[in-house]
Design a binder for this molecule. Structure first.
Ligand SMILES: *Cc1c(COP(=O)(O)O)cnc(C)c1O
Length: 377
């Protein structure tokens, strides 16, 4: 599959060989236990360790990432599994200080209770920290690039060289980019993980996450550890969500293309508009992330961030807009705005907004946002 284009891979990935009379896409198989033969392990026997609908989804996502995939019930289930399958008491885990805030909360509120030291490093400083040798002794290093919500980018390959030398496991949270936008395993990471709740499934109708391990020997050992972790803790998704996710995956190429086209137009609009400052989008020439993102990413994401005057300005924008909906999460087919300061987890201004471009017509979204922004000045 790897020599085929993105549009082909998202539709055909995970497919079984075609059988006449079978549906083009397998239907969900709903079962907790299965009928047993004399050898209970010769077939599916119980859905917690795995089931047919999950396996085809894992083949599809693993093919896109270029490794062996395990799907989890949520993005946080995937992140916590990756960390806890690797690190134990006395270990040090490095997480971004400016990434998804629940990852930090998981570190501070849970990992520390088990005697795991959690070190936070800003995305923009991690390559320098790695080059200095300051990741030596760490068991697990998590990058998030582009970071959510400020869209900073770090050099995955540079950090991977340092973690390989230091013996640490390197995982990359690839939620914003998706496997079509960035392939961290090709850049030397051991694990790539994501909240598939966001752009990968993209319809705002389910929660999901995954971890894909590299095909190296070390990656395969990690995959085995992660599989044991998931079997024992039981945080895989059921058949319906797995099927819905696989169905949604088919349009990823088309959705990302529209989202990135709109994001470019929205970033330009915000950059030129007096109601907004600090516009960020890695695909915009002049953006602090632009150079590295252009080198490292295969295509751009559909999320743009910017700062409005204050909280009231964000509420006024949402009231004045017909198409941009107030909602958290991102990467879905609907265009949304999220005032990040309302959640209390990110070190951002009161008027900081994450704009998630959906797949409505670009011209409609730009016209509507222009109208709404004009009411603010
Ligand atoms: C949303 C998100 C997560 C968590 O995903 P859930 O499915 O909500 O658990 C993790 N990382 C990033 C970057 C996210 O945006």
């Amino acid at each position: 599959m790897s020599d085929l284009g993105d549009g082909t891979r998202v539709v055909r990935g995970g497919d079984e060989p075609v059988a006449p009379g079978a549906p083009l896409r397998p239907s969900p198989v709903f079962a907790a236990p299965y009928h047993l033969g004399e050898d209970p392990y010769a077939t599916d026997f119980y859905a917690r360790p795995g089931h047919p609908t999950l396996r085809v989804l894992e083949r599809a996502v693993g093919d896109l990432d270029g490794g062996e995939c395990l799907v989890f019930a949520t993005g946080m289930a995937a992140i916590s599994a990756a960390v806890l399958a690797v690190a134990g008491a006395g270990d040090r885990v490095v997480v971004p200080s400016d990434g998804y805030y629940q990852t930090r909360a998981f570190g501070e509120g849970e990992l520390t209770r088990f005697g795991i030291e959690v070190q936070q490093v800003p995305t923009l400083r991690i390559a320098e920290v790695a080059a200095r040798g300051d990741l030596d002794g760490a068991a697990f290093v998590l990058l998030e690039t582009p970071s959510n919500p400020e869209l900073d980018v770090c050099d995955i390959a540079a950090v991977a060289r340092a973690t390989q030398a230091a013996g640490a496991v390197l995982a990359v949270d690839n939620t914003t980019a998706t496997p079509l936008g960035q392939r961290p395993l090709d850049l030397g990471a051991d694990l790539v993980l994501a909240a598939d709740t966001k752009a990968l499934t993209g319809h705002s109708d389910l929660l999901m996450g995954h971890v894909t391990a590299s095909r190296s020997e070390r990656g395969q050992q990690l995959h085995t550890r992660l599989k044991a972790w998931r079997d024992r803790t039981g945080n895989g998704p059921g058949a319906f969500d797995a099927w819905l996710a696989h169905r949604s995956l088919s349009t990823l190429d088309l959705r990302l293309a529209r989202q990135a086209t709109t994001a470019a137009a929205v970033a330009d609009l915000l950059a030129d508009h007096p109601a907004a400052t600090g516009v960020r989008w890695p695909g915009r020439p002049g953006d602090p992330s632009y150079e590295l993102a252009s080198r490292q990413m295969l295509r751009m994401n559909g999320v743009v961030s910017a700062t409005l005057a204050d909280e009231a300005a964000v509420h006024a924008l949402v009231r004045a807009s017909d198409l941009w909906l107030a909602a958290t999460s991102f990467g879905g087919v609907h265009s949304t705005v999220d005032r990040r300061a309302q959640w209390g987890g990110d070190a951002v201004a009161e008027g900081f907004v994450r704009f998630s471009c959906g797949i409505e017509d670009t011209a409609d979204l730009v016209a509507d946002l222009t109208r709404a922004l004009d009411t603010l000045v």
